[in-house]
Design a binder for this molecule. Structure first.
Ligand SMILES: [Cu+2]
Length: 491
């Protein structure tokens, strides 16, 4: 029997025996950060005191009990996965002291924040590391408001126990102070895999959807055999395998605000909850012009989706990954209505699994850009170590010359994905606005990470207003480590 089959059977058994109520052997019994809707007193300002940090993070080896008898070893923040929720006010000056109790230099990246290069947590931008067995203070002004996150930004290369392969990630919320709070509870759900390994089999759904227009498909595709890809046998939401943690307990009629984060190093995920709709209100933490009801949320490494789910179908359900293999290996959480204890949570595939960013936008013309920058991405299959390498405009990172922004100008970046995988492309320290995905126009959607479909094209507009070195990369750790990265500098 393959290891994965064993794991799958194991979880099927756990779920069948209603292990949603099992207490864990150690640590906090809740795998779910579950907090009530905001009230005024929770928004009380955290004024930095002289010398004392607002937040303290300790990077150290730790154990994660994904389920009873399933304990893995990783590296995390403050002995928690996800790390502590860092909640701050927009405009607040924030001090974070980071202690690194590991043998290697680390970087903490503040994903989606407008912070200077030397604080951003990226070696390529010139941020100093948190030295091994040393400490470093990060200081920045918290902005913009919304669902942000923090994570390790260390290169892992062939070591699948470094960088984003570890448990070094956490939610970071910047409150604007004008959250109307039209919800009854707020939950934080980070999607993850564990025990990464290399395989010739591609596990996720990054391959081209045959119905896509594929405007960037080359006439003569590269037919060399594909290199090793990163796979995983175990999945979780936060630190618990489906059925092993506390269920998400709801009441009929409740509105639950879900902050979804894909903290995976390698996989795009699709999430559904039978009989319920997700009202998507923000993408990457930024409110969308047209909140829409969808049955399925697609979310790539680095992305966040904020959605409100109205609980109007009493029962015991699985909120989980659409792919059976991923869900049965742990990617899900039980949603339990009050007074509906039933031994076996139900999974039924949701209807209409199509995900399309553009439906959350509006239709207004974009002002013409000052300059257009074309970026072409290609795969070199199975290079050194049997790993695919990645080219940006014909070259692997580092490039002899950076891309150049001039402050105050509006840039149109055109992402040409000439590979057979989808890639979540992320730019540091800036937001961009979606202009077009595979020829479909939209406006008003601000993001910091966008999935460019396999053989597809995405166009975004960006205002160059954050001087300093700016890193751009695919958020799949293996892709960024093997070439899929570029630097922008300001002229
Ligand atoms: Cu990629």
């Amino acid at each position: 029997m393959k290891r994965r089959d064993f794991v799958r059977l194991g979880w099927a058994t756990i779920i069948a025996t209603g292990a949603g109520k099992l207490q864990t052997a150690f640590g906090e019994p809740q795998g779910l950060h579950q907090v009530p809707a905001p009230t005024q007193h929770r928004m009380a300002p955290l004024e930095p005191k002289a010398g004392a940090a607002d937040f303290n993070l300790q990077i150290a080896p730790m154990l994660v009990e994904l389920a009873p008898q399933v304990i893995i070893s990783t590296i995390g923040y403050n002995n928690k996965v996800p790390g502590p929720l860092l909640r701050m006010r927009e405009g607040q000056r924030v001090t974070v002291d980071v202690v690194n109790d590991t043998d290697v230099p680390e970087y903490v990246h503040w994903h989606g924040l407008f912070v200077p290069s030397e604080m951003d947590g990226a070696e390529e931008e010139g941020t100093p590391p948190v030295p091994p067995h040393g400490r470093r203070r990060y200081q920045f002004v918290a902005r913009p408001a919304g669902s942000r996150w923090y994570h390790s930004h260390t290169a892992a290369m062939m070591d699948l126990h470094r960088g984003s392969y570890t448990g070094q990630f956490g939610f970071l919320m910047i409150d604007s102070g004008n959250d109307p709070g039209h919800y009854d509870q707020e939950v934080f759900l980070a999607l993850r895999e564990w025990q990464y390994f290399l395989s010739t089999k591609d596990q996720d759904e990054m391959v081209a959807d045959p119905n896509d227009p594929m405007p960037e498909k080359p006439a003569n595709p590269d037919l060399r055999p594909n290199g090793l890809e990163v796979s995983a046998p175990l999945y979780s939401i936060n630190d618990k395998i489906l059925g092993a943690g506390e269920p998400l307990r709801v009441q009929p009629g409740q509105r639950v605000l879900m902050h979804l984060l894909n903290a995976s190093a390698s996989q795009i995920h699709r999430i559904g909850l039978f009989g319920h709709h997700f009202q998507v209100i923000a993408l990457d933490g930024n409110p969308v012009p047209s909140p829409q009801l969808v049955n399925v949320i697609e979310i790539a490494p680095g992305e966040r989706v904020d959605a409100i789910v109205e609980m109007n179908l009493p029962g015991v359900w699985i909120l989980g990954e659409l792919r059976d293999a991923a869900r049965q290996s742990g990617l899900g959480i039980v949603v339990e209505y009050a007074n509906h204890a039933q031994p076996r949570p139900q999974w039924l595939p949701p209807a209409n699994a199509h995900w399309d960013y553009t439906i959350f936008g509006k239709s207004v013309p974009h002002p013409p850009p000052d300059q257009t920058i074309d970026m072409v991405f290609e795969k070199v299959p199975g290079g050194p170590h049997g790993i695919n390498h990645w080219l940006v405009n014909g070259k692997e990172y580092p490039h002899e010359r950076e891309f150049v922004f001039r402050q105050g100008l509006r840039y149109r970046l055109v992402f040409h994905n000439r590979s057979d995988d989808s890639h979540p492309l992320h730019i540091h320290r800036h937001l961009f606005e979606l202009v077009e995905i595979n020829g479909k126009p939209t406006a008003g959607i601000k993001k910091d990470t966008v999935i460019v479909p396999a053989f597809g094209r995405a166009t975004v507009d960006l205002l160059a207003d954050q001087p300093g070195l700016t890193l751009f990369h695919c958020h799949i750790q293996q892709h960024m480590d093997f070439g899929f990265m570029a630097l922008f500098r300001y002229a």
